[in-house]
Design a protein around this ligand. Sequence first.
Ligand code: NAD
Length: 340
Amino acid sequence: MPIKVGVVGYGTIGARIADAVMKQPDMELIGIAKTTPDYKAKTAVSRGIKIFIPENSIESWKKAGIKVDGVVEDLVREADVIVDATPKGVGKANSEIYKKEGRIAIFQGGEKKDLVEATVVAQVNYNEARGKRMIRVPSCNTTALSRISWFLEREYGVERIIATIARRAADPADKKEGIIDNIEFDPIKPPSHHGEDVRTVLKNLNIFTTAIKIPTTHAHLHLINAKLRKKASREEIIDALSEERRIMLVSSEDGITTTADVFELSRHLGRPMNNIYENVIWIESIHSDGEWVYLAQAVHQEAIVVPENIDAIRAVASTLDAESSMNTTDRTLGIVKGRI
Ligand code: NAD
């Protein structure tokens, strides 16, 4: 029996998760919950996706002439697992509906860690989600930092990580948010919240993060310095990273020198919605003095959490082990490993 999945919130993240669910052989998308009868609702209907709405919005959907399949509570009752991808804070309010209906729920990084029983990045702590009713997939920055920190910790042992995060100011589709010609401290008094959030996944990691917001929309950029317990040369690190799941190694020799090139690469790879699910690390940026390692990685904030949500669904609603789940997710989404 496929896992029945409902997606609540059909925005930047929710729409991508719904798409990814439809590609899984062991999952069925029951439908999406949406508040606004807009073009995204129309395209979803044209693709055969069922739409569930808040009861008090029936009139606006009738007026827009969009056929709906029920109210949000119907979707929650029909699904085995709800993935909540609503804006920050809304998930907490929705959690009461999921609890009332006795459903398992997966929340996103905008929700506070206290709302859930575990925060999960598949490569690191898939098994922590087992048997839980409410879990969270962390934010895009935390997901990317957790993946690379876990790699360094597992392979070499980490004494200390110091990371600088240049954050995209808004998503490409945002109309109301964002800085235009400015660089904003995020916050000016260190550390940024990201290090603490990484510790919801990697509990004992000694990580310190600072962040600034920059006027760009298509990616974050992380500059990472890690002090390792075991000495490792640059070549050793590149070899090991080439074998690491969900890490894409790119090179300036191929003309990939900026985050704009990474965005363009996603188009050439034929990725839906320009999705880049991998941490994109520049080979040339990797530097080691034997003790401290430095590297730079780009993070496509709109897509990196998508495979994590798919694995989180299996972790809470199936008996499949982490490796098998990630193998299926990576195959169905076309996720690459190593040098592109
Ligand atoms: P978004 O604003 O693009 O999408 C949220 C959608 O939910 C909107 O379409 C909104 O109309 C809808 N919505 C609001 N209230 C609702 C309700 N009660 N029922 C159903 N739908 C409702 O937001 P997003 O960027 O997709 O973020 C969603 C979550 O994912 C947040 O927790 C965010 O922190 C997290 N996240 C965002 C990014 C990113 O870069 N955009 C990356 C990783 C994680």
